[in-house]
Design a binder for this molecule. Structure first.
Ligand SMILES: Nc1ncnc2c1ncn2[C@@H]1O[C@H](COP(=O)(O)OP(=O)(O)OP(=O)(O)O)[C@@H](O)[C@H]1O
Ligand SMILES: [Mg+2]
Length: 235
C-alpha cells in the first residue's frame, strides 16, 4: 500500500533522512522506532506531504505522492496523519473537533456514520461530546486526536507518539484503540518511544537511527534482537 523508497529529506539545508526506505502493506500494523532526534517524525511528515523529499519516491498503491501537498495527500489518497502536537481546537467541543476531521466527507449521513464509529471506539468521547476540547484531560485529548484522525475513514493512519506524556493506564487505552482499528482493517504506521509495548502489538517494525533505517523485521524478531534489547529495552 505505502512504499517509501530511498528518501532523503530535511529542513532547509539540514538533511535529516538518508535513503530511508520502508513499506506498509494493506492491513498491516507497522512500527517505526528509534531514539530522540533519529528522524521518526520527519519520516511521517514527509509521507504526509508536509515536507518535500530532496530525493527518493513515495507511492500509495503504486501512485507516486512524493512532493504532493499535504491537503491532497489526505483528501485524495486516504491518509490520515496524527501529529505529536495534536492540533486540537481548544475552544471547540469534542464533536466540533471530530466533524472537522471529516471535512473531506461532504455527505451528512456519512459524517454521522463516522461519528457513531468513533464514539463506539471511544466511549469516553461520546460521554463528553459537548465538552470543550481544551478542558479534556491529556489522555482524552490524545483519544480525541486519534478519533478525529479516523473521522475521514482513512485507509492509512500515520500516528506519531500517541503514548507521549500519558500514564500507563491511558497508554494502554490508546494502544487498545489502535489495535481495534487494525482489527477493523485500518493500515497503521506507528511511531513510538515505548518500544517494548509497541513491538508487542505490531506486526512488523523498522528501527531508525541517525536518519537511516538500520534494521527491519517481524516485531517478535526485533524483540529478540540483541541490539534492540540493549538500546531500547534495557535488557
Ligand atoms: N522544523 C525543524 N527545523 C529544523 N530541524 C528540525 C526540525 N524538526 C526536526 N528537526 C531536526 O531533525 C532531526 C530529526 O527530528 P525528528 O523530529 O524527526 O526526530 P524524532 O525521531 O521524531 O525524535 P523524537 O523522538 O524526539 O520525537 C533532529 O535533529 C531535529 O532537531
Ligand atoms: Mg518525533
Amino acid at each position: 500500500m505505502l512504499k517509501v523508497s530511498e528518501i532523503d529529506a530535511g529542513y532547509g539545508f539540514l538533511q535529516v533522512l538518508w535513503g530511508v526506505s520502508l513499506e506498509v502493506h494493506e492491513g498491516e500494523f507497522v512500527a517505526l522506532v528509534g531514539p530522540n532526534g533519529a528522524g521518526k517524525s520527519t519520516t511521517l511528515r514527509t509521507i504526509a506531504g508536509l515536507i518535500e523529499p530532496m530525493a527518493g519516491e513515495i507511492s500509495i498503491n503504486g501512485d507516486p505522492i512524493g512532493g504532493m501537498p499535504a491537503n491532497l495527500v489526505i483528501k485524495e489518497k486516504g491518509i490520515s496523519y496524527i501529529s505529536e502536537s495534536l492540533n486540537l481546537f481548544s475552544d471547540m467541543s469534542v464533536e466540533e473537533n471530530l466533524l472537522l476531521g471529516a471535512y473531506t466527507i461532504r455527505d451528512k449521513a456519512q459524517q454521522k456514520e463516522s461519528l457513531a464509529f468513533v464514539y463506539d471506539l471511544f466511549h469516553r468521547l461520546a460521554e463528553r461530546k459537548s465538552q470543550l476540547a481544551g478542558t479534556l484531560s491529556g489522555g482524552e485529548r490524545k483519544m480525541l486526536a486519534i478519533a478525529r484522525g479516523i473521522m475521514s475513514n482513512p485507509d492509512l493512519l500515520l500516528v506519531d507518539e500517541p503514548s507521549l506524556g500519558l500514564a500507563p493506564n491511558l497508554t494502554h487505552d490508546v494502544f487498545q484503540a489502535l489495535l481495534k482499528l487494525r482489527d477493523q482493517g485500518v493500515t497503521i504506521l506507528l511511531v513510538e518511544q515505548n518500544v517494548n509495548t509497541t513491538l508487542h502489538i505490531t506486526d512488523r517494525g523498522y528501527v531508525i537511527e541517525k536518519g537511516q533505517i538500520i534494521m527491519e523485521g517481524a516485531s517478535k524478531k526485533l524483540l529478540n534482537n540483541k541490539h534492540v534489547q540493549a538500546a531500547y529495552l534495557g535488557i
